[in-house]
Design a binder for this molecule. Structure first.
Ligand code: T4K
Length: 378
C-alpha cells in the first residue's frame, strides 16, 4: 500500500501518442515525392501502400480513403442501404454519424458485458420490418461475436458492416478480421495502432462494392468524360500514404511493445480492489493491444470513476473515458428510440482507457499504477 504521493509525470502522459517512424525514412520518401511531383490522385506512393496493405490483409478488394469516417460513409452509400440499422451506442460518434449522413436510422442495441460489443441475442430481439443492416464495432480491437452476428444477418437477410476502426492487424484463427461481413472499415488516424496521420480503409470480398467506393471517393468519375454517380472527395494523398507505408513496416514490433505494456498493466493492477481489467480476447485471436480499458467499481474502489479521472489529471496523466457518454445520449441522438441499454450504461459509467502507446515504458505503467493506488488511498 502506498503512503506517499507519487510524483506527477514530467511530461503529460496522454492516452495515445502517434508512432513516429525514423525521420530519415520519411525524408527519403519525401525526396521521392518531390521527384515525382505527384501529391495526390492515386499517385505512386498510394499505389505502393495499397499493394502492401493488400498483401498484409490477403485481399485485393481494398480502398484507401482520407479517414475512417468517410470510409464508413462511402461503404454505407455504396451498399445502398435504406431504413433502419442496428448499431451500438458504445462507440465513437463517427459510427452513427455515418448512418445519419446516409439518411439511415440508427437503432441502438445493448452490448455484451465481456466484449463490450453488440450483444447478438439483443440484436436479434431488436429486428423490425424496417431493419436493413447491422453496423457492428470491434470496440478496442476486440472482435464481435462474428459467428452469431453473421448467422442473424443471413437468417434475416440483413447486410452486415464492421466498424473495425480499432482492429487493424487483428486476426481470428490466423485470418484477418476483415474477411467477415459485407465490408469492414479501418481508421488510420494518428491516434490509432497503425496510422497514416489521417486515413481510412475499406475492405470487402465484393469487387463490385470496391469499384463503387472507388468512384465515390473520386467525385464519381468513371473516366474523363463521364461521372457515374454523385461522389465526393475522399482520396488519400501521397503524404498520408507515405506515412502509412513506412509505419506498416513497424506494425509487428509496435504490437509487441504494446503487448508488453498490456501484460505489465495487468500485473500491476491485479490487486487493486475496485479496478477491473477486462479480459483479453480468447486464444484464437491475435490481438493488437490498441487500448487498455479498466472499469472503476466505485463501491470497492472508494471513489467514483469521474473523481478518479479528474484526480489523475493532477498527476499530468490524461486517460480518456472512451466511450462516455453513450452516443445515443448526445444531443443530436436523444430523439431516437433505443432499447434497454443496461450494460452499455454500466460500462460507459465505469470505463477509463489508460495510456498505451509505443512511446511508453514499463516504468510509465508502474507509475500509472502507483497513481491509481494513491488515489484509492486518499
Ligand atoms: N469508428 C470508431 C469506432 C472510431 O473510434 C473512430 C475514431 C472512427 C470510426 C472514425 O475514424 P477517423 O475518421 O477518426 O479516422 C480520437 C480520434 O480522433 C479518433 O480517430 C478516434 N476514433 C477516437 C476514439 O479518438 P479524440 O477527439 O478523442 O482525439 P484527441 O485529439 O483528443 O487525441 C487523444 C490524445 O492523443 C490527445 O489527448 C493527445 C494525443 N495526440 C493526438 C493527436 C491527434 C497526440 O499526441 N498527437 C496527435 O497528433 O478522437
Amino acid at each position: 500500500m502506498l503512503t506517499s504521493r507519487p510524483k506527477s509525470f514530467k511530461d503529460p502522459l496522454y492516452i495515445a501518442r502517434p508512432f513516429f517512424p525514423p525521420l530519415e525514412e520519411f525524408k527519403a520518401g519525401l525526396e521521392d515525392i518531390w521527384e515525382s511531383q505527384i501529391l495526390t490522385n492515386n499517385g505512386p506512393v498510394l499505389q505502393k501502400y495499397h499493394a502492401e496493405l493488400s498483401d498484409f490483409l490477403h485481399n485485393r478488394h481494398i480502398s484507401l480513403v482520407s479517414n475512417g469516417t468517410l470510409a464508413l460513409q462511402l461503404t454505407l452509400q455504396a451498399l445502398d442501404i435504406k431504413g433502419e440499422v442496428i448499431t451500438t451506442p458504445f462507440t465513437f460518434v463517427a459510427t452513427s454519424h455515418a448512418l445519419l449522413w446516409n439518411n439511415l436510422k440508427p437503432a441502438f442495441v445493448d452490448i455484451d458485458p465481456n466484449t463490450f460489443n453488440l450483444d447478438p441475442l439483443k440484436v436479434e430481439q431488436s429486428i423490425t420490418p424496417d431493419t436493413k443492416a447491422i453496423l457492428a464495432v470491434h470496440v478496442y480491437g476486440k472482435p464481435c461475436d462474428i459467428k452469431a452476428l453473421e448467422g442473424i444477418a443471413i437468417k434475416h437477410n440483413l447486410k452486415i458492416i464492421y466498424d473495425a476502426a480499432h482492429a487493424f492487424g487483428v486476426k481470428i484463427d490466423g485470418m484477418p478480421i476483415s474477411r467477415a461481413g459485407d465490408a469492414s472499415i479501418f481508421s488510420f488516424h494518428a491516434t490509432k495502432m497503425h496510422h497514416s496521420a489521417e486515413g481510412g480503409l475499406i475492405v470487402t470480398n465484393n469487387e463490385e462494392l470496391t469499384n463503387k467506393v472507388n468512384y465515390l471517393r473520386n467525385f464519381g468519375f468513371e473516366n474523363e468524360t463521364n461521372v457515374a454517380m454523385p461522389g465526393t472527395n475522399a482520396k488519400m494523398n501521397e503524404l498520408q500514404a507515405l506515412m502509412g507505408s513506412i509505419n506498416l513496416q513497424y506494425f509487428e514490433s509496435n504490437v509487441r511493445h504494446r503487448k508488453a505494456l498490456d501484460t505489465h498493466y495487468r500485473k500491476q493492477l491485479l490487486e487493486i480492489p475496485g479496478v477491473i481489467t477486462p479480459e483479453l480476447p480468447s486464444k484464437e485471436v491475435d490481438y493488437n493491444y490498441s487500448y487498455f480499458p479498466i472499469l472503476i467499481d466505485a463501491h470497492s474502489f472508494g471513489k467514483t470513476r469521474d473523481a478518479t479521472y479528474e484526480l489523475m489529471k493532477e498527476f499530468n496523466l490524461f486517460p480518456r473515458r472512451y466511450f462516455y457518454p453513450l452516443v445515443c445520449d448526445f444531443g443530436c441522438y436523444q430523439h431516437l428510440p433505443r432499447g434497454e441499454l443496461k450494460v452499455a450504461n454500466k460500462v460507459a459509467n465505469g470505463v477509463i482507457c489508460l495510456p498505451i502507446h509505443t512511446q511508453m515504458s514499463e516504468d510509465d505503467v508502474e507509475h500509472v499504477a502507483d497513481i491509481i493506488r494513491y488515489i484509492k488511498s486518499i
